[in-house]
Structures are given as C-alpha cells and as structure tokens.
Write a protein that binds this ligand. Structure first.
Ligand code: NAD
Length: 255
C-alpha cells in the first residue's frame, strides 16, 4: 500500500472528487482528514469509510479556522504528508453581472483558502518524506468560457499559485490538476438540474474522449501526484479533461 501510515488532508472531502480521492487514499493505507462544510455528507462518508476517514467540519475561508485545523492535525496525527486543495463553490456570471459578495465568496474558497492552507501546512509537509500539495484547478483556467468569470479567474489564480509555490515554498512538491467536465454534485448546484443533464448529454459529442469524466478519473491523478511514484513531478499542470481544453467543448456546444 502506497500510503501506509501517511496522513492526507482533503478539503471538500465529503463530496464528488474529494470524497472519491479520500476513498482511494484510504484504500492505499492513508488516514484522511476530510474537511468540508457539509455535515450530512461528512457523516455519511464517515459511516461508510470507517476510522481512517476523519470527518472534520470546517469553513476553510477563515484563516483562524485554517490555523486551528493544522494545530489539530499535528496534535492528533503528528504529521501531514499531502494537502489536497479541492473544495470549491461557484456562481457563474459575466463581469457585468457579478456581485461583490459572490466574487468575494468564490475567491475566498478558490484561492485565499489554498494559499493560507499551504502557509500553515508547510512546516508539517516539509517534515514528511514526500510532502506535497495537489491543487485542483479546472480546464476553465485556460479557456475563455461564457459566464465563467469569477470561477475561471479563481482557477487561473490557483494554477499560477501552484507554479510560484515550487520556488517560494521549497522542500515540498506542488502540482495542479485541471479537470474537465466531471459528473459530481457541483454540476446541478451550479447549473441547475435541467442544464446539468443537458450538458452531460451534449458535451461528450464534442469531446475528444467522447465522455464526461468520473470522480475517479481525477482521484486517480491526485493519488498518483501525491505518491512516491511522482517524487520528480513538481510544478506540473496536469490536464485530466478528456482533451476538453483543446476544443473548448462548452463554447462549441453553445454554438
Ligand atoms: N465537477 C466538475 O466538472 C469540475 C470541473 C473542473 C474542476 N472541478 C473542481 O473539482 C473540485 C471538486 O469539485 P466537485 O466537482 O467534487 O464538487 P462538489 O460540490 O461535489 O464538492 C465540493 C465540496 O467543497 C465543499 N466546500 C465548499 N466550500 C467550502 C468551504 N468554505 N469550506 C469547506 N468545504 C467547502 C462543499 O461542501 C463540497 O462538499 C473543485 O475544486 C472544482 O472546482 C470540478
């Protein structure tokens, strides 16, 4: 098992990609500190994944919460091997429609929280034998997509932050995954049920890989980047999007 005795912190670890990554890390021997806002989903995951899944309700948009979280991780587990910055919230708008509160809320979870998590986790990650950060951006970070404004900008910021961190936070590997359209609860939350069903039907028709992604497509990449098979992978933007960023499937579909 690749993660025996290792401790992994996954934000947004109660749903979608974060939940699937937590499951996979646990199956590889890790203890996962799964951080999320959604208590109901945390409880459900804890019931099925057992004691290696440490369900932790925490709003990571507060720096005080982040500091306390890392104090608790050190006190309880004594180490941290991998930080997965995965939590997100989105409200898709164009610049002329976006409200200040929505912008602030999105940036707080998409870039402020990952930055301060890295700040407060760096000492523990550096002490680990293969300490690393895996950030979750989006193919939207590099594509111009209608109505994706604050979200796409936040995802471009985490891509840039990952690359900077290789130089500015040394002694830890930093990598970033750019998922395409992945079938998780965020789709219905952001687009509404009807549009999310239509997207899942239409996007595969213009996707090089011909299908929508599954949470395990991203979870497998996260676990690989955190593993000892990836000790020379540093500062890597990894597209796991079925080739979507090369065809911009969202805009093709709208045309
Ligand atoms: N699903 C896709 O198509 C897709 C595409 C590209 C990128 N992504 C990215 O993948 C990551 C995972 O998304 P997902 O699709 O699994 O979505 P999801 O909604 O299933 O999971 C996101 C989780 O983050 C949690 N969260 C939100 N704000 C939080 C906060 N302040 N503190 C703690 N937890 C918080 C939510 O409660 C939720 O459980 C996100 O970064 C998302 O932007 C998803």
């Amino acid at each position: 098992m690749r993660f025996e005795n290792r401790v992994v912190l996954v934000t947004g670890g109660a749903s979608g990609i974060g939940l699937k990554a937590s499951e996979l890390f646990i199956s590889e021997g890790a203890t996962v500190v799964a951080v999320d806002l959604n208590q109901e989903k945390l409880d459900a995951a804890a019931a099925s994944l057992g004691k290696a899944y440490c369900a932790t309700r925490c709003d990571i948009t507060s720096v005080d919460n982040i500091q306390q979280l890392l104090v608790d991780v050190e006190k309880t587990h004594g180490r941290l091997d991998t930080l997965v910055n995965n939590a997100a919230w989105a409200e898709f708008k164009n610049p002329e429609e976006v409200e200040e509160a929505s912008y602030d809320a999105q940036m707080a979870v998409l870039i402020k929280a990952p930055l301060f998590l890295v700040k407060h986790a760096a000492r523990l990650l550096r002490a680990a034998p293969n300490g690393s950060v895996v950030n979750i951006a989006s193919a939207a970070a590099v594509m111009a997509i209608d109505k994706y404004c604050p979200y796409g900008v936040g995802k471009a910021a985490i891509l840039k932050f990952t690359e900077d961190s290789v130089i500015t936070v040394p002694g830890i590997r930093h990598n970033v995954i750019l998922p395409g359209l992945i079938d998780t609860p965020i789709l219905a939350d952001v687009y509404g049920e009807e549009v999310s069903v239509r997207l899942k039907q239409e996007v595969p028709k213009v996707m090089p890989s011909g299908r929508v992604g599954k949470p395990e497509d991203i979870a497998n990449a996260i676990v690989f980047l955190a593993s000892d098979q990836a000790t020379y992978v540093n500062g890597c933007p990894m597209y796991v999007d079925g080739g979507m960023h090369l065809v911009n499937a969202f805009n093709l579909m709208q045309g």
